[in-house]
Write a protein that binds this ligand. Structure first.
Ligand SMILES: [Zn+2]
Length: 396
């Protein structure tokens, strides 16, 4: 069983070890290596594996993945064969691990605050490439959080981080374990490892943790959504939270400059802009509707079609709502039949007193359908001319 050095020191970035076994991995050019002792963290408890290098006499191998088998042996997937029995040095990718410790530590603090302030039970941590998530069951089975609750959680956690309370990890004996005020029952019964973060959080965990709450840095909730009867809380911590703040500030500053308003007033400026835009669109649509109606009238022909006025018209691509409004207005008048194409979209329609089946007609010349008085579809501009010819022949 590999001795796990990160249990005692989560900041051990470089360590000597001996290779205990080497096997070729499934993928050619890769090997699985076990060491007598390792500071590489294997994926578990929602925290991803460490990467880094293993230096051996005559070379170095990159560590691509780390996994523990059920017997407790830690296997390092590497890109070079390392001689069995070799004395080696492991070196952890520091920034990747620090990032994981920040997200993982923040998750503990958040789960502790959710429990204390809202009585919520946290299950399942997913540490993602962008943000991380926890799923929370609230006592009243709610599947959302109010803005005030989100602020309360963030403020509670960030104040506790600023207090920089020590984080301690240890393996208690059975008697001590039974006396500890854990947030939830351990899922394992042997070798239970406890993490205590100041007085704010105490739970069983085998992961790597910062040495004190201050080293988590900053916790920001980024989203709250319902998930299978629970609340899924997404969040970022530490360096990720700082980088997110940088990105968001840049975006907010640029948007503020574009709208000529300070960042704090952006949402009001955006909603004002939206209502002005909606009003302008309504006006433009009214004009476009009038324009389409007059183009239809210009195309009217009173050739003998059982007294029906036929308008066959091809238009460039127009606003679909304006087309619909113009068509409706046109066929409100009695004795009208309309064959209209706009940007490849066909609308065939007629007044209530006209006995032409537009549904059947549109099917004969293009693709689509609808009701006898109004049908829509798609077709080439020539469809209108073909449909007109059919009417001129068959409805005389
Ligand atoms: Zn933990």
């Amino acid at each position: 069983m590999t001795e796990r050095l990160y249990y005692d020191d989560a900041y051990l970035w470089s360590f000597p070890a001996a290779v205990t076994a080497v096997f070729p991995a499934k993928k050619p050019g890769q090997w699985l290596v076990s060491l007598d002792r390792s500071a590489f963290y294997p994926t578990s408890g929602g925290q991803p594996f460490d990467t880094g290098r293993i230096l051996f006499p005559g070379g170095e191998a990159r560590v691509l993945d780390v996994e523990a088998d059920p017997s407790g042996e830690v296997w390092h997937l590497v890109d070079r064969e390392i001689p069995a029995g070799a004395e080696v040095r492991g070196e952890i990718d520091v920034l990747r691990r620090l990032d994981h410790m920040e997200q993982h530590g923040g998750e503990h603090m958040l789960a502790g605050a959710v429990w204390e302030k809202l009585g919520g039970t946290t299950i399942g941590l997913h540490l993602g490439a962008e943000d991380s998530t926890i799923d929370v069951t609230l006592p009243d089975e709610r599947t959302h959080l109010t803005e005030e609750e989100i602020t309360l959680l963030e403020d509670t956690v960030n104040d506790r981080i600023r207090l920089d309370a020590p984080i301690r990890c240890w393996f208690p004996d059975e008697e001590e374990l039974a006396s500890l005020p854990l947030r939830k029952k351990p899922t394992v019964t042997e070798h239970v490892r406890i993490v205590a973060m100041g007085d704010f959080e105490m739970v069983a965990c085998g992961g790597t943790h910062p040495a004190s709450t201050g080293r988590i840095g900053l916790v920001k909730i980024t989203g709250v959504v319902p998930a299978r009867g629970k609340v899924r809380i997404a969040f970022v911590c530490g360096g990720r939270a700082v980088r997110m703040f940088q990105r968001y500030m840049r975006a907010a500053d640029k948007t503020g400059a574009a709208l000529s308003c300070p960042v704090e007033k952006l949402s009001r400026a955006a909603s004002e802009l939206n209502s002005r835009l909606a009003e302008a669109e309504r006006k433009a649509r009214r004009f476009e509707t009038q324009e389409i109606l007059s183009r239809i009238r210009e195309a009217e022909s009173t050739a003998d079609l059982r007294g029906v006025t036929l308008a066959a018209v091809n238009l460039e691509e127009m606003d679909t709502k304006a087309v619909a409004a113009a068509v409706s207005a046109y066929i409100e008048e009695p004795g009208k039949a309309l064959l209209l194409e706009s940007g490849g979209k066909l609308t065939f329609a007629r007044s209530a007193d006209v006995r032409i089946d537009m549904n059947e007609l549109i099917r004969r010349v293009g693709r689509g359908g609808g009701r006898p008085d109004m049908a829509g579809g798609a077709g080439i501009p020539e469809c209108v001319g073909v449909a007109r010819k059919i009417l001129m022949t068959e409805y005389r």
